[in-house]
Design a protein around this ligand. Structure first.
Ligand SMILES: [Zn+2]
Length: 412
């Protein structure tokens, strides 16, 4: 079988979808269930129908475009990613996996391939946490990682509930109808830009992901006592920012002390109240994000941070509260799927690099439902989540080709 990808058509479609944005191009802003997201879904739906795929959406708007296989009882082979984009993002994150997946399917059809297992393109709802504060909303619900009762409590900044917003977007049905049972898919493969610099530096066009790191994230609230910056003398102070500063450094050491390259910890937000030059900070809100490919190691870091928080609280007579937002388990990719991807690369004489995904993706949750792996392509300077995110048409085409080859092998 001679699989031929049309890289210029694929590049054109990526450019076209990037114009469906709520920011001025080249920036892409496509927050879930916004006008731009709904227009993008309609545009993509038309492309899928044009490719003669059967379309179905679930109650949260996850969309499945199906190429039925000759054996309707055989579990399907799935690929896909997301088309939502954080404010001021670029045009490749997620989109490469969706439009690349569509082009892979079209290329297999052009080559005359007839799948035995149905092939499904999945477009996941809200991979980005922008609107409801939870990343991978769609795949979490599909896999059962997010219980429907918890999803029902989600609301956006305006106070509109997930239920109200999804219903207004045309996705009805109950949240508990979304979950899929494990074993329904033979395999899941997600094509994605690396969002890091390794492939570009090594001049290798393809990465086969072996492990997906997962974050534990928390909100930290430090409360001390405020007062006049001149009036309250040092022995009497219970400065919340000084306590928070101690804690931020404890987070850094907890991650450094593991000496494991896959361990990272970040405090990304520090909100100081009341935030005046002559006022002692009485309250500080921090965010915490700890990631690792090893669950035990990551949990031990969370434990160390919690011990450091207790120590700081008692030493400085402040209160420290840590509220866990999520703590997903990292995933190992399936040996079956990574091997098929490796064979696909070899069949096309393309070198590949075994990699770790340090960002998490819908694949992290799909791994709970199906043997899963990811295929990475390089992006310029490793940049992502910014308007100048870039992957060359040749690299995107190369990713789509290997994806098509792997889907054919898995679905035969
Ligand atoms: Zn993504």
């Amino acid at each position: 079988m001679n699989i031929e990808i049309d890289p210029s058509r694929l590049a054109r479609e990526i450019d076209e979808l990037a114009l469906v944005t709520e920011a001025a191009p080249p920036a892409v802003t496509r927050v879930v269930f916004s006008g731009a997201d709904l227009r993008a879904r309609a545009w993509l739906g038309a492309k899928c129908r044009e490719a003669q795929l059967e379309l179905r959406s679930d109650a949260v708007g996850n969309t499945f475009a199906v190429w039925p296989g000759s054996d309707s009882g055989a579990p399907r082979v799935a690929t896909g990613s997301h088309i939502d984009a954080i404010p001021n993002a670029g045009k490749y994150d997620g989109v490469v996996g969706v439009l690349g997946g569509l082009e892979a399917i079209r290329a297999l059809k052009r080559a005359g391939f007839r799948p035995r297992h149905g092939i499904e393109l999945i477009v996941f709802t809200s991979e980005e946490p922008t609107r409801f504060g939870v990343g991978c909303l769609g795949s979490r619900l599909l896999s059962g990682a997010l219980p429907p009762e918890a999803a029902a409590l989600l609301a956006d900044d305006k106070g509109d509930s997930l239920d109200a917003v999804r219903n207004a977007a045309g996705f009805s049905g109950t949240l508990d109808s979304i979950r899929l049972s494990a074993g329904g898919y033979k395999a899941f493969v997600e094509l994605h830009i690396e969002q890091g610099p390794i492939l570009e530096r090594k001049k290798i066009r393809l990465g086969i992901v072996q492990k997906i790191a997962a974050p534990a994230s928390a909100k930290i609230l430090v409360e001390g006592a405020g007062g006049h910056a001149g009036g309250v003398l040092m022995p009497d102070r219970r400065d919340a920012l000084c306590a928070a500063a101690e804690l931020v450094l404890a987070v850094e050491s907890a991650a450094r002390e593991t000496h494991a390259p896959d361990t990272v910890a970040t405090v990304g937000i520090c909100d100081v109240f009341p935030g005046a030059v002559n006022s002692i900070p009485s309250r500080v809100r921090l965010t915490l994000d700890v990631r690792d490919t090893d669950l035990v190691r990551r949990d031990s870091i969370m434990q160390k941070i919690s011990e450091a928080a207790n120590l700081t609280a008692s030493k400085r007579a402040v209160s420290v509260r840590i509220d866990l937002v999520n703590a997903d388990a990292p995933a190992d990719c399936s040996a079956l799927v990574t091997q098929v991807l490796a064979e696909a690369c070899r069949a096309h004489d393309l070198p590949f690099l075994p990699m770790v995904s340090r960002a998490y993706h819908d694949s992290l949750f799909m791994a709970r439902l199906a043997p899963t792996a990811m295929l990475f392509i390089p992006c310029r300077n490793g940049w992502s989540h910014r308007p100048d995110e870039y992957a060359s048409p040749e690299d995107v085409g190369c990713g789509a080709l290997i994806l098509a080859e792997a889907l054919a092998r898995l679905a035969a």
